[in-house]
Structure formats: C-alpha cells, structure tokens
Write a protein that binds this ligand. Sequence first.
Ligand code: NDP
Length: 237
Amino acid sequence: MPMFEGKSVLVLGGSRGIGAAIVRRFVADGARVTFTYSGSPDAARALAAETGSTAVQTDSSDRDAVIARVRDSGPLDVLVVNAGIAIFGDALEQDPDAVDRLFRINVQSPYHASVEAARRMPPGGRIIVIGSVNGDRMPVPGMASYALSKSALQGMARGLARDFGPRGITINVVQPGPVDTDANPEDGPMRELMHSFMAIKRHGRPEEVAGMVAWLAGPEAGFVTGAMHTIDGAFGA
Ligand code: NDP
C-alpha cells in the first residue's frame, strides 16, 4: 500500500518549485492533496491536472484567508507550509510595507496555519514548515528580513512542539540550502558565490527536499518534533 494512502495533505504554496515537488511526492505516495497558490494560476492548474490534486487560490499574506483555508480543508493528516518569499537589497532602503508583507507570508501565516491545523488533526498528525539554512547562517548582505523570518520558524517549531506533543502531533522545520527553482535558479548570477560556501557544489533539487518532507510525514518519524532538518550541501556547516 502506498505510504500516504487515505491521508489528507494540504500544501500551502504548492504551485511551483519546492512546493510543487512536495505535491507530486505526496500524490505519488497515495495521498489526497490540496495545495494553495497566489500569483501563478496557470502553473497551479497545470499541476492539478497533471497530478489529480486540488488547487485553491489563497494568499498567504492574508492571515484570515489562510486560517479559513486550513479550517475548511477539514481534518488534515499532514500540513506543509512552503509558501515563502525573499526581498533583497540594502535594509536602509527597503519599503517597510514590503518587509511586513514578507513577515506575514513567512512567519505569521506558518504560525496561524499550524495552530489552526492542530485543532482538528488526529493523533499522528504532522506539520512541516519550510524554513531555510539562512535561519542559521546569513553570509551575504541584503537579506536580513528573510533570515529573521526563517530563524523565527525555529522558535515557533520548538514552542509548538510542546503544545502539540500531548495531542500526538509533530512539527518540524526543513531548512534547504540553495535549491534550483524560479526563486533561486542554478544558472543565476549568485551561483559561484553560493557554491563557494558549499561542500557539495551544486544546487539541491526540489525533489530532494520533498523526500525529506515525506520522511518527516511518514511512520518512521513519529519521535521527531521541534527540530530543524537542514538539507544544504553543507552551506551552513
Ligand atoms: P518559488 O518562488 O519557486 O515558489 C514559491 C511558491 O510559494 C510558489 O508556489 C508560490 O505560489 C508560493 N507563494 C509565494 N507567495 C505566496 C503567497 N503570498 N500566497 C500563496 N502562495 C505563495 O520558491 P521556492 O520553491 O524556491 O521556495 C519555496 C520555499 O522554500 C520558500 O519558503 C523558500 O523560502 C524556501 N527556500 C528556498 C530555497 C531555494 O534556494 N530555492 C532555499 C531555502 C529555502 P504562486 O506563484 O502561485 O504565488
């Protein structure tokens, strides 16, 4: 029997990149998958048609919309919070509204989605949030808001693990290093600099991150919670 046969999975931010690989992985392993998207309806429709998953538009910068989406998805076996953005540039020149939007998507939404999911999750439920190795190491200027947001997820997971443990629910953070997506293409201008920090001198593949997410959601990971799981080619080592 496929590992996630009969399981209900919601992926927040699943239309492209790492999120799309996570959707494909859970579908391949037998789950019933719903994913959200915001700005990429064509990619979302194509992925839904390809996989038989369900695409729903929900902007992760809208707290109440995210809470309603999680609530209306019914009891979930697995919640994956993948949606995330980065903004680049001199902190002294960044638009504060853009910074606050990043915090809403990268921090507020994961927190409120996780809490809302835990209300209805059965024992054995799994929450997995996509952080970043930049939560541990930020070796370049211009990305402090992003690093802050990914570090915040660490405290969130440690704290919510305590709240959710008695309910039989785990929560973990997966922390990728550079992964080849639209947000960080391997053939982009930062390639050499990023690879210079790494022991394995290539970008990761979205499927590699999805594999770690699937393990954390699976039966072997029931004792793993409140923890960060870095998959980064030793970017942060
Ligand atoms: P992409 O930009 O390639 O994809 C981002 C995904 O998140 C898209 O499906 C996008 O949907 C969704 N998303 C973004 N904003 C919103 C929003 N407001 N509401 C709903 N969905 C949204 O990014 P990656 O796949 O590279 O990154 C995915 C996650 O992995 C992020 O949390 C990122 O921080 C993290 N990460 C990525 C790394 C990398 O090198 N690629 C490294 C470390 C961490 P849509 O287009 O429909 O809006």
